[in-house]
Design a protein around this ligand. Structure first.
Ligand code: BT5
Length: 337
């Protein structure tokens, strides 16, 4: 079978393949005659057959019914542009989709593309990562075909000190997507984790390129455990981990999830550009599970104990210390005591 990723099927405008798939999808399960396809698409019937054949070669199951036409039976369960685009309702996020079967890290790919002037809203997605990145040089477990590993390029006109606001935005978007698809409400653990029943289901790693007064671009890196099974988690994770499948007891359609995530990012980023950080911060605080709790924050060899009271404009966690003072914490790992 040919690899659909080598063709990046469905990106760079509506290709003939994409148009054929759109016609099949207008009415699920319908039989479309070769003559109709060639009429609508303004190409010969031989060209139609050639494209149907190439779709079959990359994993689409299409039935050819003699003297009646073609019927789409099944699309491949792959995060490829043609499938993500079908039914995607976003404006800016996902304008360009770069999908691949395996990569080192989607964040690294997106960073490189952004340096090459890729437009805002470009999204990089991989079925597997060899060197998935967590914070502080940690590793993100990225087995093939079960989860989502995605990186989104943004170019907001903000000062570098405000870049953490976009981390909160991406965490809230991922929380919304999980809620839309599973009806489960994840809680946020500062700064970048999403938990279900106290276990980590998603992690975010945002990276930026900036000058003193200006952000060139930000890469939002989002990893969500979707259909990962218990046996696929390494034994030595820092915190208990889970997946949407393990929490709901049923497999989740990854394509539905990606669309929900890109749409949530699109809506929230729009709100952010129009109304600023306020609405994002409010929703983040609503979804956060440890405000008012006693916490311990560790960063490298340092440790702070106190009560978490909020986050400020720049994304710092505010911690009330036993002596009554308030510490602004910009990085670290939180443990609820
Ligand atoms: C994170 O770091 O949580 C950020 C993860 C970001 C991953 C995405 S995937 C797409 C994009 N491309 C990349 O290369 N990265 C981003 P941190 O808070 O440092 O958590 C990392 C720690 O979580 C590890 O040290 C493990 O203990 C644990 N861990 C690793 N893989 C995990 C997984 N799949 N699920 C839950 N926990 C995991």
């Amino acid at each position: 079978m040919k690899d659909p990723f080598t063709r990046n099927l469905g990106d760079g405008g509506r290709t003939l393949d994409q148009k054929i798939l759109d016609i099949f999808r207008q009415d699920k399960g319908r039989i479309v005659s070769g003559e109709d396809l060639s009429g609508v698409l303004q190409v010969s019937r031989t060209a139609v057959w050639k494209h149907i054949k190439s779709l079959m070669e990359v994993g689409y199951r299409i039935e050819a019914i003699p003297s009646r036409g073609y019927r789409l039976l099944e699309a491949p369960d792959l995060l490829i542009p043609a499938e993500i685009r079908a039914g995607l309702n976003s404006d800016r996020i996902g304008r360009r989709l770069v999908c691949c079967r395996e990569t080192g890290s989607t964040n690294e790919d997106a960073f490189r593309l952004a340096e090459e002037e890729a437009e805002e809203g470009t999204v990089v997605i991989a079925e597997a990562q060899r060197r998935g990145k967590g914070r502080l040089g940690r590793h993100w477990e990225s087995p093939a075909g079960v989860n989502l590993y995605c990186s989104v390029i943004l170019r907001p006109h903000i000062l570098p000190a405000k870049a953490a606001q976009l981390t909160f935005l991406s965490v809230v978007a991922a929380a919304r997507a999980i809620e839309t698809i599973t009806s489960l409400r994840p809680s946020i653990k500062w700064p970048n984790d999403l938990l279900l029943n106290g276990k980590k289901v998603a992690g975010l790693l945002n990276e930026m390129s900036a000058e003193t007064e200006k952000v060139n671009f930000i890469v939002l890196g989002i990893g969500v455990n979707i259909n990962m099974e218990l046996a696929q988690f390494p034994k030595d994770l820092r915190h208990p981990a889970t997946s949407l499948f393990l929490e709901t007891g049923r497999p989740v359609c990854r394509l539905d999830f990606v669309r929900a995530l890109l749409e949530a990012l699109d809506t929230l980023y729009d709100t952010y550009l129009q109304n600023g950080y306020g609405p994002v911060r409010e929703e983040w605080l609503e979804r956060c599970n440890f405000l008012g709790e006693k916490v311990r924050i560790t960063f490298q060899k340092n440790e702070i104990n106190g009560v978490a009271t909020g986050i400020d404009e720049e994304g710092a966690l505010l911690v009330k210390l036993p002596d009554g003072g308030v510490e602004r914490v910009l990085a670290g790992d939180v443990t609820i005591l």
